[in-house]
Design a protein around this ligand. Structure first.
Ligand code: SF4
Length: 343
Protein backbone atom coordinates (compact mmCIF):
# COMPACT_ATOMS: atom_id res chain seq x y z
CA UNK A 1 0.00 0.00 0.00
CA UNK A 2 1.37 3.41 -0.91
CA UNK A 3 2.49 5.21 2.23
CA UNK A 4 0.09 8.12 1.88
CA UNK A 5 -2.89 6.08 0.66
CA UNK A 6 -5.56 6.52 3.35
CA UNK A 7 -6.98 3.41 4.97
CA UNK A 8 -10.44 4.94 4.63
CA UNK A 9 -11.71 8.14 3.09
CA UNK A 10 -15.13 9.74 3.00
CA UNK A 11 -15.66 12.39 0.34
CA UNK A 12 -18.68 14.71 0.63
CA UNK A 13 -20.77 11.94 2.21
CA UNK A 14 -24.40 12.65 3.10
CA UNK A 15 -26.99 10.31 4.61
CA UNK A 16 -30.73 11.04 4.68
CA UNK A 17 -33.43 9.35 6.72
CA UNK A 18 -37.11 9.44 5.93
CA UNK A 19 -39.74 10.04 8.59
CA UNK A 20 -43.46 10.51 7.96
CA UNK A 21 -42.82 11.23 4.30
CA UNK A 22 -40.16 13.89 5.00
CA UNK A 23 -36.42 13.53 4.59
CA UNK A 24 -33.99 14.48 7.36
CA UNK A 25 -30.28 14.78 6.94
CA UNK A 26 -28.33 12.65 9.45
CA UNK A 27 -24.90 13.19 7.87
CA UNK A 28 -24.15 16.31 5.86
CA UNK A 29 -21.33 16.56 3.35
CA UNK A 30 -18.64 14.94 5.51
CA UNK A 31 -15.01 14.68 4.43
CA UNK A 32 -12.81 12.52 6.63
CA UNK A 33 -9.90 10.17 6.24
CA UNK A 34 -7.64 8.04 8.37
CA UNK A 35 -4.46 6.04 7.88
CA UNK A 36 -3.17 2.70 9.05
CA UNK A 37 -2.05 2.85 12.70
CA UNK A 38 -3.96 6.11 13.25
CA UNK A 39 -6.95 6.76 15.53
CA UNK A 40 -9.53 9.23 14.30
CA UNK A 41 -11.86 10.35 17.09
CA UNK A 42 -15.44 11.39 16.32
CA UNK A 43 -17.11 13.34 19.09
CA UNK A 44 -20.51 14.98 19.46
CA UNK A 45 -23.70 14.80 21.47
CA UNK A 46 -26.43 12.18 20.92
CA UNK A 47 -28.07 12.60 17.53
CA UNK A 48 -25.08 14.38 15.98
CA UNK A 49 -24.68 11.69 13.32
CA UNK A 50 -21.59 9.87 14.67
CA UNK A 51 -23.02 6.36 14.46
CA UNK A 52 -24.82 7.08 11.16
CA UNK A 53 -21.45 8.08 9.74
CA UNK A 54 -19.88 4.82 10.94
CA UNK A 55 -22.74 2.79 9.48
CA UNK A 56 -22.34 4.67 6.20
CA UNK A 57 -18.64 3.80 6.12
CA UNK A 58 -19.56 0.13 6.48
CA UNK A 59 -22.16 0.61 3.73
CA UNK A 60 -24.83 -0.56 6.18
CA UNK A 61 -26.61 2.73 5.54
CA UNK A 62 -27.25 3.88 1.97
CA UNK A 63 -25.58 7.21 1.27
CA UNK A 64 -27.44 9.98 -0.55
CA UNK A 65 -24.33 11.48 -2.10
CA UNK A 66 -20.55 11.32 -1.97
CA UNK A 67 -18.03 8.49 -2.11
CA UNK A 68 -16.46 6.09 0.37
CA UNK A 69 -13.05 4.55 -0.21
CA UNK A 70 -11.34 1.76 1.70
CA UNK A 71 -7.66 1.33 0.80
CA UNK A 72 -8.37 3.17 -2.43
CA UNK A 73 -11.36 1.00 -3.42
CA UNK A 74 -14.63 2.80 -4.07
CA UNK A 75 -17.12 0.79 -1.98
CA UNK A 76 -20.05 1.84 -4.15
CA UNK A 77 -18.53 0.09 -7.11
CA UNK A 78 -18.23 -3.29 -5.39
CA UNK A 79 -20.68 -6.13 -5.91
CA UNK A 80 -22.49 -7.24 -2.75
CA UNK A 81 -20.33 -10.40 -2.46
CA UNK A 82 -17.10 -8.41 -2.78
CA UNK A 83 -18.42 -5.87 -0.28
CA UNK A 84 -19.13 -8.67 2.19
CA UNK A 85 -15.57 -9.95 1.79
CA UNK A 86 -14.12 -6.48 2.27
CA UNK A 87 -16.24 -5.84 5.38
CA UNK A 88 -14.17 -8.47 7.22
CA UNK A 89 -11.42 -5.86 7.27
CA UNK A 90 -13.72 -3.32 8.96
CA UNK A 91 -15.02 -4.52 12.31
CA UNK A 92 -17.24 -2.73 14.82
CA UNK A 93 -17.15 -2.85 18.63
CA UNK A 94 -20.36 -1.55 20.18
CA UNK A 95 -21.01 0.16 23.51
CA UNK A 96 -23.01 -2.75 24.88
CA UNK A 97 -21.21 -6.09 24.33
CA UNK A 98 -24.29 -7.96 25.63
CA UNK A 99 -26.19 -6.96 22.51
CA UNK A 100 -23.86 -9.08 20.37
CA UNK A 101 -23.65 -12.10 22.74
CA UNK A 102 -26.06 -15.01 22.90
CA UNK A 103 -26.80 -15.58 26.62
CA UNK A 104 -27.25 -19.33 25.98
CA UNK A 105 -23.83 -19.81 24.41
CA UNK A 106 -20.37 -19.89 25.96
CA UNK A 107 -17.53 -17.48 25.25
CA UNK A 108 -15.74 -20.26 23.35
CA UNK A 109 -18.79 -20.80 21.13
CA UNK A 110 -18.86 -17.08 20.24
CA UNK A 111 -15.22 -17.22 19.17
CA UNK A 112 -15.64 -20.45 17.21
CA UNK A 113 -18.67 -18.98 15.45
CA UNK A 114 -16.37 -16.57 13.62
CA UNK A 115 -14.69 -19.55 11.93
CA UNK A 116 -18.01 -21.28 11.23
CA UNK A 117 -19.27 -18.20 9.39
CA UNK A 118 -16.15 -16.90 7.68
CA UNK A 119 -13.46 -19.59 7.63
CA UNK A 120 -15.27 -22.93 7.75
CA UNK A 121 -12.30 -24.66 6.05
CA UNK A 122 -10.05 -24.01 9.08
CA UNK A 123 -9.59 -27.35 10.97
CA UNK A 124 -10.70 -27.49 14.60
CA UNK A 125 -7.16 -27.84 16.00
CA UNK A 126 -6.04 -24.69 14.18
CA UNK A 127 -9.18 -22.89 15.41
CA UNK A 128 -8.28 -23.73 19.00
CA UNK A 129 -4.73 -22.44 18.51
CA UNK A 130 -6.01 -19.16 17.04
CA UNK A 131 -8.58 -18.75 19.82
CA UNK A 132 -5.89 -19.25 22.51
CA UNK A 133 -3.70 -16.71 20.70
CA UNK A 134 -6.43 -14.07 20.48
CA UNK A 135 -7.44 -14.57 24.12
CA UNK A 136 -3.80 -13.94 25.04
CA UNK A 137 -3.82 -10.75 22.92
CA UNK A 138 -6.83 -9.34 24.80
CA UNK A 139 -5.54 -10.51 28.21
CA UNK A 140 -8.33 -13.00 28.83
CA UNK A 141 -7.80 -16.28 30.65
CA UNK A 142 -8.30 -19.41 28.52
CA UNK A 143 -10.57 -20.91 31.17
CA UNK A 144 -13.20 -18.29 30.28
CA UNK A 145 -14.09 -20.14 27.07
CA UNK A 146 -16.48 -22.40 28.98
CA UNK A 147 -18.29 -19.52 30.67
CA UNK A 148 -21.60 -17.99 29.66
CA UNK A 149 -21.99 -14.21 29.18
CA UNK A 150 -23.75 -13.78 32.56
CA UNK A 151 -20.64 -15.27 34.23
CA UNK A 152 -18.38 -12.60 32.71
CA UNK A 153 -17.77 -9.06 33.97
CA UNK A 154 -18.47 -6.03 31.76
CA UNK A 155 -14.75 -5.68 30.98
CA UNK A 156 -14.41 -9.37 30.09
CA UNK A 157 -17.41 -9.17 27.78
CA UNK A 158 -15.94 -6.13 26.02
CA UNK A 159 -12.61 -7.98 25.63
CA UNK A 160 -14.47 -10.98 24.23
CA UNK A 161 -16.10 -8.67 21.66
CA UNK A 162 -12.65 -7.27 20.75
CA UNK A 163 -11.26 -10.84 20.48
CA UNK A 164 -14.04 -11.83 18.08
CA UNK A 165 -13.31 -8.83 15.90
CA UNK A 166 -9.55 -9.56 15.90
CA UNK A 167 -10.09 -13.14 14.70
CA UNK A 168 -11.06 -11.64 11.34
CA UNK A 169 -7.68 -9.84 11.05
CA UNK A 170 -9.31 -6.45 10.45
CA UNK A 171 -7.45 -3.40 9.22
CA UNK A 172 -9.95 -0.95 10.69
CA UNK A 173 -11.80 -1.15 14.01
CA UNK A 174 -14.79 1.12 14.51
CA UNK A 175 -15.17 1.57 18.25
CA UNK A 176 -18.64 2.95 18.94
CA UNK A 177 -18.66 4.25 22.53
CA UNK A 178 -16.66 1.15 23.64
CA UNK A 179 -15.98 2.45 27.16
CA UNK A 180 -19.37 3.92 28.09
CA UNK A 181 -20.64 0.90 30.01
CA UNK A 182 -17.38 0.34 31.93
CA UNK A 183 -16.24 1.72 35.28
CA UNK A 184 -13.21 4.02 35.49
CA UNK A 185 -10.63 1.28 36.11
CA UNK A 186 -11.93 -0.95 33.32
CA UNK A 187 -12.03 2.04 30.99
CA UNK A 188 -8.36 2.67 31.58
CA UNK A 189 -7.33 -0.97 31.11
CA UNK A 190 -9.48 -1.35 27.96
CA UNK A 191 -8.02 1.86 26.54
CA UNK A 192 -4.48 0.60 27.23
CA UNK A 193 -5.35 -2.74 25.64
CA UNK A 194 -6.64 -1.00 22.51
CA UNK A 195 -3.46 1.08 22.27
CA UNK A 196 -1.26 -2.02 22.65
CA UNK A 197 -3.21 -3.92 19.97
CA UNK A 198 -2.92 -0.93 17.65
CA UNK A 199 0.84 -0.69 18.15
CA UNK A 200 1.32 -4.42 17.57
CA UNK A 201 -1.10 -4.93 14.68
CA UNK A 202 -0.97 -1.47 13.04
CA UNK A 203 -4.76 -1.20 12.95
CA UNK A 204 -6.60 2.00 12.14
CA UNK A 205 -9.28 3.01 14.63
CA UNK A 206 -12.35 5.20 14.44
CA UNK A 207 -13.19 6.01 18.05
CA UNK A 208 -16.72 7.34 18.51
CA UNK A 209 -17.56 9.00 21.80
CA UNK A 210 -19.49 11.85 23.39
CA UNK A 211 -16.65 12.32 25.88
CA UNK A 212 -13.93 14.58 24.49
CA UNK A 213 -11.62 13.90 27.46
CA UNK A 214 -11.13 10.22 26.47
CA UNK A 215 -9.80 11.09 23.04
CA UNK A 216 -6.65 12.78 24.35
CA UNK A 217 -5.40 9.35 25.44
CA UNK A 218 -5.89 7.52 22.15
CA UNK A 219 -6.70 9.71 19.15
CA UNK A 220 -4.29 11.55 16.86
CA UNK A 221 -6.99 13.71 15.30
CA UNK A 222 -10.57 14.50 16.19
CA UNK A 223 -13.65 15.39 14.15
CA UNK A 224 -16.33 17.27 16.11
CA UNK A 225 -19.81 16.59 14.74
CA UNK A 226 -22.91 18.68 15.19
CA UNK A 227 -26.23 17.83 13.53
CA UNK A 228 -24.59 15.68 10.91
CA UNK A 229 -21.78 18.08 9.97
CA UNK A 230 -18.12 18.02 10.95
CA UNK A 231 -17.82 21.49 12.46
CA UNK A 232 -14.17 21.19 13.49
CA UNK A 233 -11.33 18.82 12.63
CA UNK A 234 -7.86 19.07 14.14
CA UNK A 235 -5.02 17.17 15.73
CA UNK A 236 -6.13 16.26 19.20
CA UNK A 237 -3.70 18.47 21.14
CA UNK A 238 -4.44 21.45 18.90
CA UNK A 239 -8.15 20.93 19.49
CA UNK A 240 -7.59 21.02 23.25
CA UNK A 241 -5.43 24.13 23.14
CA UNK A 242 -6.86 26.10 20.19
CA UNK A 243 -10.46 25.02 19.64
CA UNK A 244 -12.05 27.57 17.35
CA UNK A 245 -15.70 26.52 16.98
CA UNK A 246 -18.14 27.61 19.72
CA UNK A 247 -19.60 24.09 19.89
CA UNK A 248 -16.18 22.49 20.46
CA UNK A 249 -15.49 25.07 23.13
CA UNK A 250 -18.78 24.16 24.81
CA UNK A 251 -17.82 20.47 24.78
CA UNK A 252 -14.39 21.27 26.24
CA UNK A 253 -15.99 23.33 28.99
CA UNK A 254 -17.93 20.22 30.09
CA UNK A 255 -14.81 18.13 30.82
CA UNK A 256 -14.76 17.66 34.60
CA UNK A 257 -11.88 19.20 36.55
CA UNK A 258 -10.50 16.93 39.32
CA UNK A 259 -10.63 19.80 41.82
CA UNK A 260 -14.04 20.21 43.51
CA UNK A 261 -13.52 23.93 44.23
CA UNK A 262 -12.47 24.80 40.69
CA UNK A 263 -15.26 22.60 39.31
CA UNK A 264 -17.88 24.42 41.43
CA UNK A 265 -16.48 27.82 40.53
CA UNK A 266 -16.19 27.41 36.80
CA UNK A 267 -18.84 28.45 34.32
CA UNK A 268 -19.66 26.07 31.53
CA UNK A 269 -21.00 27.25 28.21
CA UNK A 270 -24.57 26.01 28.01
CA UNK A 271 -26.86 26.14 25.04
CA UNK A 272 -30.57 25.40 24.66
CA UNK A 273 -31.44 21.83 23.70
CA UNK A 274 -32.46 21.01 20.19
CA UNK A 275 -34.21 18.25 18.33
CA UNK A 276 -31.70 16.17 16.39
CA UNK A 277 -34.26 15.58 13.64
CA UNK A 278 -34.84 19.22 12.73
CA UNK A 279 -34.38 19.64 8.99
CA UNK A 280 -31.14 21.38 8.07
CA UNK A 281 -31.79 24.93 6.95
CA UNK A 282 -29.64 27.22 4.89
CA UNK A 283 -27.72 28.88 7.72
CA UNK A 284 -25.19 27.57 10.21
CA UNK A 285 -26.64 24.43 11.86
CA UNK A 286 -25.48 25.75 15.24
CA UNK A 287 -26.96 29.24 14.80
CA UNK A 288 -30.08 28.64 16.96
CA UNK A 289 -27.88 27.69 19.94
CA UNK A 290 -24.78 29.79 19.38
CA UNK A 291 -24.41 32.87 21.61
CA UNK A 292 -22.30 34.55 18.90
CA UNK A 293 -24.71 34.04 15.99
CA UNK A 294 -25.18 37.02 13.70
CA UNK A 295 -27.60 37.65 10.84
CA UNK A 296 -24.95 36.27 8.48
CA UNK A 297 -24.85 32.98 10.43
CA UNK A 298 -28.61 32.54 10.10
CA UNK A 299 -28.60 33.21 6.37
CA UNK A 300 -25.60 31.33 5.05
CA UNK A 301 -23.97 28.04 5.95
CA UNK A 302 -20.33 28.66 6.93
CA UNK A 303 -17.81 27.07 4.57
CA UNK A 304 -15.14 24.84 6.08
CA UNK A 305 -11.87 26.75 6.20
CA UNK A 306 -8.36 25.66 7.16
CA UNK A 307 -7.27 28.12 9.85
CA UNK A 308 -3.90 26.43 10.39
CA UNK A 309 -2.23 23.36 8.93
CA UNK A 310 -4.64 20.44 9.34
CA UNK A 311 -7.08 22.47 11.49
CA UNK A 312 -10.46 22.89 9.76
CA UNK A 313 -13.42 24.86 11.13
CA UNK A 314 -16.93 25.42 9.75
CA UNK A 315 -17.73 28.80 11.32
CA UNK A 316 -18.01 32.32 9.93
CA UNK A 317 -16.00 33.56 12.92
CA UNK A 318 -13.52 30.85 13.93
CA UNK A 319 -12.10 32.08 17.16
CA UNK A 320 -9.07 30.28 18.62
CA UNK A 321 -8.87 32.96 21.31
CA UNK A 322 -12.22 31.96 22.77
CA UNK A 323 -10.84 29.37 25.13
CA UNK A 324 -12.44 28.08 28.27
CA UNK A 325 -9.49 27.80 30.60
CA UNK A 326 -9.03 25.65 33.70
CA UNK A 327 -11.42 27.10 36.23
CA UNK A 328 -13.96 28.04 33.58
CA UNK A 329 -12.95 31.58 32.66
CA UNK A 330 -13.60 32.53 29.06
CA UNK A 331 -10.82 34.58 27.54
CA UNK A 332 -12.82 36.43 24.89
CA UNK A 333 -16.42 37.56 24.73
CA UNK A 334 -16.94 36.22 21.25
CA UNK A 335 -16.17 36.81 17.61
CA UNK A 336 -16.64 40.56 17.93
CA UNK A 337 -13.56 40.80 20.15
CA UNK A 338 -11.65 38.02 18.48
CA UNK A 339 -8.39 38.66 16.73
CA UNK A 340 -8.26 35.19 15.24
CA UNK A 341 -8.42 34.40 11.53
CA UNK A 342 -11.76 35.12 9.90
CA UNK A 343 -12.84 37.76 12.44
S1 SF4 B 1 -21.10 30.46 12.07
FE1 SF4 B 1 -22.01 31.87 13.56
S2 SF4 B 1 -23.66 30.67 14.52
FE2 SF4 B 1 -22.29 29.23 13.51
S3 SF4 B 1 -20.89 28.62 15.10
FE3 SF4 B 1 -19.92 30.32 14.00
S4 SF4 B 1 -20.46 32.17 15.17
FE4 SF4 B 1 -21.86 30.50 15.83
Amino acid sequence: MAEDLPLFELKNVSVDYFLSGKSYRAVHNVNLKGHQGETVGIVGESGSGKSSLARALLMLEPISSGSIFFQGTDLQELSSSNLRKLRKHMQVIFQDPDASLNPRRTAGWHLDEVFSIHFSQVPSQKREELIVQVLHTVNLDQTLVSRYPFELSGGQKQRLAIARALLLSPKLLILDEPLSSLDAQLRKSTLNLLKTIQEEEGLGYIFITHDLSTLGAIAQKVAVMYRGSVVELARVHELYSDAAHPYTIALLSCIPIPDPQAERARKTLTFPQHSPILPVGTGCPFAHRCPYATAVCKQSCPPTQEISSGHFVACHYPCPNLIVRQGGSVSSSGPQNCIGPGC
